[in-house]
Design a protein around this ligand. Structure first.
Ligand SMILES: *Cc1c(COP(=O)(O)O)cnc(C)c1O
Length: 390
C-alpha cells in the first residue's frame, strides 16, 4: 500500500495537497473556527438561503411529517409528496414542461449525459466544463470533442469537421464555476441548429443568480426553447442539496427510465426537499435578492479592478483574482485567513497549471462595510511583494 503515501507526498511537494477544514457556519456570510469569527468569501450560498427562517422551518416541519430519510429510491418507495411539488415548481421556474430531481448536481450530470449519449454519438464540450460533465461524458462512452473555452469559432470548426453517425450534443456550464464568466448560449444554440445538435447547459452557478428572477443562462439570453436540456443544482443559490434537470416531458420521462444515478440511489431526505422547495418559493417571491447579489458582486469587482488587481470584467458573483503559481495562491489564502477572511486557493487539477487563483464569491447577504474592509485587506495582501519564484 506504499502508493498511498507516495501519492500524497507527491501532491504535497507540488503544493497541491488538499484537506477538509471544519468550519461552523454562524450565518451565510460568517463562520467560526477556534473561537474566532471569519468572513466567508468562498461559499456558493449566493442568496444566503441556508439561514432563512422560512426555509429552515420548512425543513424542520418535513422531518416531523415524513421522517429523516426517504428510505428508498425514487422509483421504489422514496417519492413523498414534497418531491412532486418541488419538481412541478422547478419546471414552472424554468418554464419547461417537466423537471426531475437528482441527489446532487454531480449525479444529475453523470446520469443525464450517460443516459443521452452513447458510443455512436459525439459530445462537444467546453474545455473548462465542470468535472461532473467530464465524468458524465466518459461514462457515456461517446466520442468527446473538446473546444477551447467559450471559443465559438473553434466550436463551429469542430462541428463541421467532425462527422458522426449518431447524435451530436453541445454541453457547457452556463456560468463557469472557476472563472465566473458566461457561456455565449445565444451563439451556441445558433451553431447547434446548423448541425441539428442537442444543447445541454449546466446552470449550477446560474440558478438563482443569472437571468430574470435567477432563471438561468437560457433565460438570460432568451433562448430557453432552443436549449433542450437544462441542468441545475439545489445546493448553491438554493441553499439545500440536490440536482435537477428541466426540459420536455419526453426528456424527463426518458431520464427517469435511463439515468442510473437517478434509478439506483436512495432519494433525498424530506428535510432537504422541503428546504429546496421553500428556497425556490422565496426566490420567486423575492426576485430582488438576485438584484442585490449582482450589485454586491459589481461593488467588489469594481473596487478590485480600481486597485489594478487581475480581475476580469463580468456580472456574476464569482470573482477570481488570478495569481498564477499554486504556492502563492496557497500562501495568500493562509495570510487572508489570519486576517479573518476565508477565500479558497483554486489550483490544478481544478484549473490549468499556472492559472491558480483566489476565488472570491459574494452573496446577497454580505454587508457593504464588511465587503469594503475585506477588499482593502485582499488588495494589501495581493500587492505586497512576495519572494516566491514563479
Ligand atoms: C457545483 C457544480 C456541480 C455539482 O453540483 P453539486 O450539487 O454540488 O453536486 C455541477 N456543475 C457545476 C458547473 C458546478 O459548479
Amino acid at each position: 500500500m506504499q502508493f498511498l503515501t507516495d501519492f500524497v507526498e507527491q501532491v504535497k511537494a507540488k503544493n497541491l495537497y488538499r484537506q477538509t477544514v471544519t468550519y461552523s457556519p454562524v450565518s451565510p456570510a460568517h463562520v467560526q473556527l477556534g473561537g474566532q469569527t471569519y468572513l466567508m468569501l468562498a461559499s456558493n450560498n449566493y442568496l444566503g438561503l441556508t439561514h432563512n427562517p422560512v426555509v429552515q422551518q420548512a425543513a424542520i416541519d418535513a422531518i416531523r411529517m415524513y421522517g429523516t430519510g426517504a428510505g428508498g429510491a425514487r422509483l421504489t418507495t422514496g417519492t413523498f409528496p414534497l418531491f412532486e411539488q418541488l419538481e412541478q415548481e422547478l419546471a414552472k421556474f424554468k418554464e419547461t414542461e417537466d423537471a426531475v430531481v437528482f441527489n446532487t448536481g454531480y449525479m444529475a450530470n453523470i446520469g443525464v449525459i450517460s443516459a443521452l449519449a452513447g458510443p455512436d454519438d459525439v459530445i462537444f464540450s467546453d474545455e473548462f466544463n465542470h468535472a461532473s460533465i467530464i465524468d458524465g461524458c466518459r461514462l457515456s462512452r461517446a466520442r468527446v470533442v473538446v473546444y477551447r473555452h467559450n471559443d465559438m469559432e473553434h466550436l463551429q470548426g469542430l462541428l463541421t469537421a467532425t462527422d458522426c453517425q449518431g447524435k451530436r450534443m453541445i454541453i457547457t456550464d452556463g456560468v463557469f464555476s472557476m472563472d465566473g464568466d458566461i457561456a455565449p448560449l445565444d451563439t451556441i444554440v445558433e451553431l447547434a441548429e446548423t448541425v441539428n445538435a442537442i444543447v445541454i447547459v449546466d446552470d449550477a452557478h446560474a440558478t438563482g443568480v443569472l437571468g430574470p428572477g435567477g432563471r438561468g443562462t437560457a433565460a438570460y439570453f432568451g433562448v430557453k426553447d432552443k436549449v433542450q436540456v437544462q441542468i441545475g443544482t439545489l445546493s448553491k443559490a438554493l441553499g439545500a442539496e440536490g440536482g435537477f434537470v428541466a426540459g420536455s416531458r419526453a426528456l424527463i420521462d426518458y431520464i427517469k427510465n435511463r439515468a442510473r444515478s437517478f434509478i439506483f440511489s436512495t432519494a433525498l431526505a424530506p428535510s432537504t426537499i422541503a428546504a429546496a422547495l421553500a428556497a425556490l418559493r422565496e426566490l420567486s417571491a423575492r426576485p430582488e435578492m438576485t438584484v442585490k447579489l449582482s450589485e454586491n458582486a459589481q461593488y467588489v469587482r469594481t473596487l478590485l479592478q480600481a486597485a489594478n488587481l487581475p480581475v476580469f470584467n463580468g456580472i456574476t458573483p464569482i470573482i477570481p483574482v488570478m495569481i498564477g503559481a499554486a504556492d502563492e495562491a496557497v500562501k495568500l489564502t493562509a495570510e487572508l485567513k489570519m486576517q479573518g477572511i476565508i477565500m479558497t486557493a483554486i489550483r490544478p487539477p481544478t484549473v490549468p497549471v499556472g492559472t491558480s487563483r483566489l476565488r472570491l464569491t459574494v452573496t446577497a447577504v454580505h454587508q457593504r462595510e464588511e465587503l469594503s474592509t475585506a477588499v482593502d485587506t485582499i488588495i494589501a495582501a495581493v500587492k505586497q511583494p512576495r519572494t516566491t519564484v514563479r
